[in-house]
Write a protein that binds this ligand. Structure first.
Ligand SMILES: Nc1ncnc2c1ncn2[C@@H]1O[C@H](COP(=O)(O)OP(=O)(O)OP(=O)(O)O)[C@@H](O)[C@H]1O
Ligand SMILES: [Mg+2]
Length: 372
């Protein structure tokens, strides 16, 4: 399965997302502007409606009085029927009816105005709520946008840089391997061919010379095999998967003590095993690079090396008594990839990497890798 992240594509996706959010932000702003306008027009209408209601209530009150008066008039007419002409009676009834109709119109108008007022007040309340929500949303979207365009982009850029550095480190490693093969076994094999040709030329005339040459050849081929084995071992120690971390490390340490003057004091505390082969490899690579640096740079005599394999973590502690170096300066300016690679690999699995060193005082590396 390909677990690699296509940063260019991710970058594009984030940019598109940021554009979409930006559009959304504009839309939210337009919607809240529209609601703000509606709110203002509702507010103005409410003022008018309230004024109309107060006028209408006044008119209804007056009409009610007039209606009562008309009813009283009719009552008086009924009680003193003889004292009124037929026309008086007709007029009184007509007036009462007219006032009644006006009253019922005005009452209906008042009812409608009050309904409109209540509706407007409800709409104003709702608009206010929506406006508040829109404001909060606008703020949240702005924060998201800022995060996306600022923070995440920066992180992506950082990841890109890390990716590039890892590629550079891999390329450097390939170059080193090709140089090791070129300067070592390839050159020695060319020499072997030359020696074999010479032996075959002199085999008839000076069989003893040829014999001697062939015995040199055997030594050469043995050495070439040793070189090739070392290159293969550096690339991927076979024993790591078969025997496990500790025996492989022990072998590496005894190899260092055989080929250099460095004394390594190895202590192992093992409460658990490393089951994940990638974790195994990562721990080994960290140890390997630490010792590469010790052999290559430290000029030390002694190394104290502790490995602890716990159920949850693998702890490494590597102290040399060599010449030390300025960590800050090297981390900022170094051309080497060893320490950088170590740190990045450990970061990737959320492990801890600490290196302390001072010129003339030796170097101390502490590593904790989750035992997944
Ligand atoms: N144990 C050590 N003692 C003294 N100096 C050290 C030690 N480890 C690292 N350094 C210094 O830190 C530098 C950076 O180390 P790093 O492993 O990153 O690069 P390198 O070993 O120079 O090259 P590379 O590992 O890519 O082959 C070294 O060049 C060396 O100066
Ligand atoms: Mg190195």
């Amino acid at each position: 399965m390909d677990n690699s992240i296509n940063y260019k594509k991710l970058d594009q996706i984030i940019q598109n997302t940021a554009f979409a959010i930006e559009d959304g932000k504009k839309e939210i702003f337009e919607i809240s502007e529209q609601i703000r306008h509606e709110y203002i027009s509702y507010e103005q209408e409410l003022i008018t409606v309230k004024a109309q209601i107060s006028i209408t209530i006044n008119e209804v009150d007056k009409l009610q009085i007039r209606s009562q008066m008309a009813k009283n008039m009719i009552k008086t007419i009924n009680e003193h029927f003889d004292e009124f002409t037929e026309n008086d009676i007709k007029e009184a009834y007509e007036l009462s009816q007219k006032v009644q109709v006006q009253l019922s119109f005005k009452t209906q108008e008042e009812k409608e105005l009050i309904e409109r007022r209540n509706k407007l007040e409800r709409m104003l309340r709702n608009s206010m709520e929506v406006l508040k929500k829109a404001e909060v949303l606008e703020m949240k979207v702005s924060v998201a946008l800022e995060y996306l365009t600022g923070n995440v982009m920066e992180q992506i850029k950082e990841k890109k840089d890390v990716g590039l550095k890892i590629i550079e480190a891999q390329e450097k490693e390939k170059k080193r391997i090709s140089r090791d093969i070129h300067d070592g076994p390839a050159q020695s094999l060319a020499n072997v061919i030359y020696k074999a040709e010479y032996a075959s030329k002199v085999i008839d005339s000076s069989p003893n010379k040829a014999k001697k040459e062939i015995s040199y050849l055997q030594d050469d081929v043995r050495n070439i095999l040793k070189d090739i084995r070392k290159i293969i071992y550096d690339l991927m120690p076979m024993s790591l998967d078969d025997l496990g971390l500790v025996p492989t490390v022990k072998k590496m340490v005894s190899n260092i003590m055989d080929t250099t003057k460095i004394q390594v004091d190895l202590k192992v505390h093992q409460d658990s095993v490393v089951e994940n082969s990638l974790v195994n490899l990562m721990a080994f690579r960290v140890i390997q690079e630490s010792f590469n640096n010790i052999v290559k740079h430290s000029e030390c005599k002694k190394v104290l090396f502790t490995i602890e394999i716990n159920p949850n973590t693998i702890e490494l502690d590597i102290i040399d008594n060599g010449k030390g170096f300025d960590v800050m300066e090297v981390m900022e300016n170094a051309n080497g990839y060893g320490l950088y690679n170590m740190k990045e690999r450990i970061d990737l699995v959320n492990g801890l990497f600490k290196i302390s060193s001072e010129p003339k005082k030796g170097t101390h590396i502490r590593v904790s890798i989750p035992n997944m």
